[in-house]
Design a protein around this ligand. Sequence first.
Ligand SMILES: Nc1nc2c(c(=O)[nH]1)N=C([C@H](O)[C@H](O)COP(=O)(O)OP(=O)(O)OP(=O)(O)O)CN2
Length: 205
Amino acid sequence: MLIRKLFKFENAHIVRNCSSDRCRRSIHGHSYKVEVLLEAHALDHGQMVYDFGLMKGSIRDVIDAFDHAVCFWDKDDPEYIRLCQQFSARWIALPVSPSAEQFARLFFVTIDALLKQTQMRNGESDDVRLHSVIAHETDTGYAQAFREDAYNPRMGEIRLAEIVFSEQVKAEWHDPRMMEKLLAGECFVNPEVLLQVPVPGGESR
Ligand SMILES: Nc1nc2c(c(=O)[nH]1)N=C([C@H](O)[C@H](O)COP(=O)(O)OP(=O)(O)OP(=O)(O)O)CN2
């Protein structure tokens, strides 16, 4: 069975070397929608694949890191990179170009690592795993990354250590050490009971 949770973020970028002229040499933004699809073949104590509420912890923080940020390929012109860093408090340096395809792969690799390092505590099936990630760049265009795409070196290697988040991005995470913990292989322990605390903007975590 598959479940799917939708997340949203606003982000600015340039995608070098693509065919669309507006896209390749003008900074522009998108209101992204990201669908995270999880798969399992048995259910937890709540008869769910994985509680949607649990997906509003670190998984949401990973995606929200990209909100109101500028993303650039770390192979872009050093002067462009320097100016992005100078004029945007929220920036993310990527080892791949910020196309919809690479966003889907990046989120797959990151969320896959998070789930593998998560101690689940409500009887979730031991085969709960990430099925795919869909990154909608516009209402009409999306890319969907499956496991074989995320780890396909022909599409560019995505090493988590090579994704660099600005200090402002990290400071706004619920745990500013989140990526550090992920890279160090530390365990993320799910709460036994999730309290739904409202946060500004009408959502809850
Ligand atoms: N396969 C991809 N193609 C394009 C990407 C991409 O990430 N993957 N990105 C772009 C640009 O970022 C562009 O802004 C979006 O392109 P497009 O869909 O053509 O945008 P429109 O706003 O013109 O969408 P319409 O719904 O067709 O008006 C280019 N291509």
